[in-house]
Design a protein around this ligand. Structure first.
Ligand code: NDP
Ligand code: F7E
Length: 309
């Protein structure tokens, strides 16, 4: 990307979009275009067409989506499949019509089969049954990958897809039910500490394994791949190490300084037993993450205190 190129960051107020936006500004990109969902509802085909025709962006980071944790995905199943397919179809198609030079689509590690071998290699896509709790979201994300591949194959469009592992960081969603595990537990331990609650409930059995990447590292990888990767094959983004939900909870408890007990609510879903990314392709291209989990949780906790307390 040239420093004065017109770059559209869709979803620039979200956790990922805001990190990409800040990274572009820091790197000296001077012409970044944004719209809030109030200004432009990306589900609306006509409005997206009008926006692309008038703004004519040259590069697009597609970080706008309906996003949430395991309960949100399982509860709002229709919204997750409809909104995501609508947003991504409108943007990808208009990027083609308006001759965008390059588009980066953000998928998710939930595209892989529930019981795929670990670590998850890119070619395990569509080799088995998906996890039920997030199947509608995963199907939408798989449709996004396949759209990028199809537009490349039929029209030669340079549309790439990246599959991030579970993310956390600045501007995360701290909703008590609809958020992902890491922000949910930061909030729950913090509130238990400040209100002297004797125990904190962790959903599920605590045994599932997850991998976590900090938002600014993800943004760094996205800008790196926008500048250095032009292939059809989508690419995993992660750290290559995982941790059980129980150990994650113990780490957050220590960082927050909560001294009560943990209990596990096995009436809540565990989801996929393990999601560990194979990041060898990304490492071969020369990109590695910088922020470790403990450091990242400290940064996220400070951001939570600054914005929500
Ligand atoms: N969070 C995670 O753990 C992971 C996220 N990802 C992917 O990264 C991407 C970004 O996720 P994340 O930053 O966490 O999500 P957020 O919920 O933090 O942000 C999503 C953004 O999308 C925008 N948006 C949603 N609906 C619409 C709409 N109808 N019209 C216009 N804009 C809309 C919102 O805009 P506004 O603020 O203006 O309302 C919001 O800023 C998604 O594709 C997600 O699937 C992948 C793996 C893990
Ligand atoms: C990014 C990814 O995110 C989702 O999939 P998930 O990995 O299952 O994400 P999660 O963060 O919600 O849960 C991880 C694990 O943690 C346990 N857990 C404990 N206590 C809480 C808790 O308080 N909140 C939440 N949310 N989970 C909790 C929970 O039971 C589960 O075992 C999908 O949106 C999917 O589509 C997707 O892409």
């Amino acid at each position: 990307m040239e420093k004065n190129a017109k770059i559209y960051v869709a979803g620039h107020r979200g956790m990922v979009g805001s990190a990409i936006y800040e990274k572009l500004k820091r790197e000296g990109y001077t012409n970044v275009v944004t719209r809030t969902s109030k200004e432009l509802d990306l589900r609306n085909q006509g409005d997206v067409a009008t926006f692309f025709a008038s703004e004519k962006p040259e590069y697009v980071f597609l970080a706008a989506a309906k996003v949430g944790g395991i309960i949100a995905n399982n509860t709002y199943r229709a919204d997750f499949i409809y909104e995501n397919i609508a947003i991504q179809s409108n943007i990808i198609h208009q990027a083609h019509v308006n001759e965008v030079k390059k588009l980066l689509f953000l998928g998710s590690s939930c595209i892989y089969p529930k019981l795929a071998p670990q670590p998850l290699k890119e070619d395990y896509l569509l080799t088995g049954t998906l996890e039920h709790t997030n199947e509608p979201y995963a199907i939408a994300k798989i449709a996004g990958i396949k759209m990028c591949e199809a537009y490349r194959s039929q029209y030669g469009d340079n549309f790439i897809s990246v599959m991030p592992t579970n993310l956390y960081g600045y501007n995360d969603n701290y909703h008590p039910e609809n958020s992902h595990v890491l922000p949910a537990l930061i909030r729950r331990f913090h509130e238990a500490k400040t209100s002297n609650v004797p125990e904190v409930v962790i959903w599920g059995t605590g045994t599932p394994l997850r991998e976590f990447l900090f938002s600014t590292d993800l943004a760094d990888a996205c800008v790196f791949l926008m500048n250095n990767y032009d292939e059809e094959q989508f690419i995993n983004i992660g750290v290559g190490e995982d941790i059980s939900i129980k150990d994650l909870a113990l780490m957050i408890k220590k960082i927050v300084g909560y001294e009560g007990e943990l209990t596990f609510d096995s009436s809540k879903p565990d989801g996929t037993p393990r999601k560990l990314m194979d990041v060898s392709k990304l490492h071969q291209l020369g990109w590695q993450h910088r922020i470790g989990l403990e450091e990242g949780i400290r940064l996220a906790y400070a951001d939570f205190i600054a914005k929500h307390c």
